[in-house]
Design a protein around this ligand. Structure first.
Ligand SMILES: [Zn+2]
Length: 649
């Protein structure tokens, strides 16, 4: 394969301190097929080159190739290689290197479910050693954003650098970078990311990938006007980790539902992600396990292996989902990818079919990341595509909503009704037998809702056309589904309200009773940590539409296990406060006091801004500083006064 290395790439390589000439670099990169013969040193060198160019926004290879070919090969050759285990340096920005306010560790990586299981075993073992009740061993799962890691202390923004020293890139905020979800400055570690949908729609025609844009936001030279617009429209944001969509649950639930959780978290954000991060939530366990020089022992990243291949599309077929959305499914010659034989893959939406020209004869790049269903990420040769005008299930005239085509027939569309039923029984998990074929047959007999299925008996099922044995089994299963204990959040998730997956259901029921959820306002939902406004609006609407059906099914009597209630952040003593600690403290070290305030719901700032609400002063704080704070309307407390307030509680 012919490899081209541009001058910009060569500059990035040199700046990163990698000593290699253009010719040798080209020769190294040229032989993808013959990688098995490469030494670990050569592979490391290629990966270093890839990193340097990637960080500079002029990547020499795609992320998929990086993971799927080179990292994999190095892992198989030398699994303990320093390169694979160390925090990756970010050498391209020309700013002064400064000490980071806190150490930013890297995350240990797992590439298989077995590695995740081993990690959980280590947690369980450590929990045993400190006599932690295993019922309290919870795991928090968040998406692993694939952006540009940075740390915001409220005043400056830093790159992660080597983990201890990074570079000052505060200019990104000066240029209008905002904090995701309307958050405030000073939330600590996070990633600079760009909305996937915005990139696809607005920027993909001008920039090769999101990487170039991230690099440009933090680089010294003036930003491109398109990128400035993306900043102004808040399509590029700094996303603090503690604001991320998340799933929290018991470690056993985490293990047994791993794939579902992965999928849910994967779909929870509109940003590029390359895996998930799982971590223990119990603070004494975290303290006990501590960290190595590079990683926290209580945290792990699950990175999914990515493989890519090219296929020629035979046909694109629409499928109506339970929410009425038409999913374009591309069919092609059976192709092997990540160990599976595939002959179909979904295209993101009909907007992409239309704008990128995915139709019969198109050549597309197929990507499969671990467990995730294969997706078409790139169109190499486009065609003039067919856009359906009718719902394939009920024949209704379909309508556009944003990038999606919808079947508006919510009451009588067989696909929507059948998929709703299938989803219900599949999500309950304690019922067998109600798969697509059985449901189709039941639906065709005129039964159009789940509560009517519960009204069936053996005779009626036999009338519909099932054998006696099958009918008896199905009735038995229905009974079991009501008598076996089931988590109330799972029961709620079974109704398939858009955006109300299992994780959100659990979160919702940590704050409200299942019988009260239909009375909640959008406001009530946003008050729950992790519910964004758009999700809350959709969920609110969705709940209204299932309310009647929910009540008729709920009244049948299910054996529901109530979710334990959580303390909401807004109930905490210091919620809403943005506190700055200054001077030396007597009660404890300043970082410890800050950590304590955070637990009580406060945000911590490093210097006084218009958003600061409280200044806590230790010893030897100048009058000037106090006066300046008072001028800004900040409440000033001595260390003792502050301790009085928090001790009362
Ligand atoms: Zn339809």
């Amino acid at each position: 394969m012919e490899v081209k290395i541009t001058n910009a790439q060569m500059t990035a390589i040199k700046k990163a301190g990698i000593k290699i000439g253009k010719v040798r670099a080209r020769n190294l990169l040229k032989d993808e097929e013959g990688l098995w013969a490469y030494s670990a040193e050569d592979l490391t060198l290629i990966l270093q080159i890839a990193n340097a160019t990637y960080r500079a926004g002029v990547p020499i290879m795609s992320d998929a190739k990086y993971d799927a070919l080179y990292v994999k090969e190095l892992e198989s050759k030398d699994p303990k290689n320093e390169f694979l285990t160390s925090v990756e340096p970010e050498p391209v920005i020309e700013s002064k290197t400064v000490e980071l306010p806190v150490k930013m560790l890297s995350t240990e990586k797992a590439y298989s479910y077995e590695e995740i299981e081993r990690w959980v075993k280590r947690l369980v073992k450590a929990a045993g050693e400190i006599n932690l009740d295993l019922s309290e061993l919870n795991i928090r799962v968040t998406p692993k954003l694939d952006g540009y890691a940075a740390y915001d202390d409220g005043v400056k923004l830093y790159t992660r650098g080597d983990g201890s020293r990074g570079q000052d890139i505060t200019r990104a905020f000066d240029r209008g970078l905002t904090v995701a979800k309307g958050g405030v400055r000073g939330s600590g570690a996070g990633e600079i990311v760009i909305k996937k949908s915005y990139f696809d729609e607005v920027l993909s025609g001008y920039f090769e990938n999101a990487r170039n844009i991230q690099a440009s936001i933090i680089a010294e030279k003036k930003v491109d006007e398109r990128i400035q617009k993306a900043l102004d429209e808040e399509a590029c944001v700094f996303y603090p980790f503690d604001q991320l969509e998340n799933w929290v649950g018991h470690y056993q639930t985490f293990l047994s539902n791993f794939q579902d959780i992965l999928r849910e978290i994967w779909d929870s954000v509109d940003y590029e992600i390359d895996g998930i991060i799982a971590e223990a939530t119990n603070s004494s366990l975290k303290d006990y396990m501590g960290s190595t020089r590079k990683n926290h022992r209580w945290q792990i990243a699950y990175k999914v292996n990515t493989e890519i291949t090219k296929v020629r599309v035979r046909e694109v077929v629409p499928q109506t989902s339970r929410a009425g959305k038409l999913t374009p499914v591309a069919q092609f010659e059976p192709t092997k990818l990540s160990g599976a034989r595939l002959s179909r893959a979904t295209v993101h939406h009909y907007g992409m079919v239309k704008s990128k020209g995915v139709g019969k004869g198109a050549l597309v790049e197929l990507v499969r990341s671990g467990l995730v269903i294969p997706k078409i990420e790139r169109v190499i040769e486009s065609v003039d595509p067919d856009i359906p005008e009718e719902c394939p299930s009920c024949g209704s005239h379909v309508v556009w909503d944003g990038d999606n085509l919808f079947c508006p027939n919510t009451t009588d569309c067989p696909a929507q009704a059948e998929n709703t039923m299938i989803h219900f029984f599949k999500t309950l998990r304690n019922v067998d037998g109600f798969g697509p074929k059985v449901i189709e047959k039941i639906y065709q007999s005129g039964i159009k809702s789940i509560h009517e299925i519960y009204g069936l008996d053996v005779e009626k099922l036999m009338e519909i056309g099932f054998g006696e044995k099958t009918s008896e089994n199905l009735i038995e299963q229905l009974l079991a589904s009501r008598t076996l204990e089931i988590n109330d959040w799972r029961f709620l998730a079974a109704f398939g309200v858009p955006r109300l997956g299992e994780g959100y259901c659990e979160k919702l029921l940590e704050h409200h009773n299942i019988t009260d959820i239909f009375d909640l306002t959008i406001e009530d939902m946003i008050n729950i940590d992790g519910f964004a406004e758009i999700s809350a609006t959709t969920i609110h609407e969705g709940l209204k539409s299932i309310e009647k059906e929910f009540q008729s099914i709920y009244e049948l009597g299910f054996n529901l296990k109530e979710t334990k209630w959580a303390v909401s952040k807004s109930d905490l003593l210091l919620s809403g406060e943005l506190i700055v600690f200054t001077g030396s403290m007597e009660h404890g070290k300043r970082p410890d006091m800050e950590a304590e305030a955070k637990i009580l719901g406060a945000k911590i700032g490093k210097s006084i801004t218009s958003k600061t609400t409280l200044l806590v002063t230790g010893k030897s704080v100048g009058e000037k500083k106090i006066a300046a704070a008072a001028d800004k309307g900040v409440r000033v407390l001595s260390e003792n006064e502050y301790l009085q307030i928090i001790k009362k509680h």
